[in-house]
Write a protein that binds this ligand. Sequence first.
Ligand SMILES: Nc1ncnc2c1ncn2[C@@H]1O[C@H](COP(=O)(O)OP(=O)(O)OP(=O)(O)O)[C@@H](O)[C@H]1O
Ligand SMILES: [Mg+2]
Length: 157
Amino acid sequence: MSVSSVVTAGTRPPTSAGPARVEWLGVAALPSAVPVARYFTRALLGSWDAWEAHGWECQQVISELVSNALDATASDPDLATRAIAMILLRFQLSAEHLIIEVRDDSPASPQVGRAALLDEGGRGLLLAATLASSWGTYALTDGKVVWAAWELAPETP
Ligand SMILES: Nc1ncnc2c1ncn2[C@@H]1O[C@H](COP(=O)(O)OP(=O)(O)OP(=O)(O)O)[C@@H](O)[C@H]1O
Ligand SMILES: [Mg+2]
């Protein structure tokens, strides 16, 4: 993250007392970002042995958040210059939480919709909010992060 990219406002994800595993995924802001993020989430949570707890919900939420990030990101890829906007994802798993964060370059804030019965869109964030234990967003000087978190049940001895 560049020096200019500092948090300016918003809600941060929960913190954990113990250590957390961390993994990153960077995807170009292209339609392929959404299935790539979905597949990566499946593979990562499987390798972390974290699929059973909230893996499916996490995969759906990633799908929604990356779709939104893509919609919000102006992207005009250029083969010669390799100019392309990026969407960055961070995954964290501790004993207490599974947290996903999706960063895009748009300064606009997500707005939970009030989709009417016949509206074709406007439900993604509401679904994500329902599937996660908590969610939020924090602004950066050159974009923002939308995150979702799941509280994990303590392991029984
Ligand atoms: N990452 C984002 N950056 C900027 N605006 C966002 C972002 N995510 C969501 N929004 C805003 O919040 C609105 C609601 O998002 P939501 O995902 O609920 O609905 P949608 O994307 O419009 O439709 P659907 O997800 O049902 O296909 C969006 O229309 C958009 O205006
Ligand atoms: Mg959406």
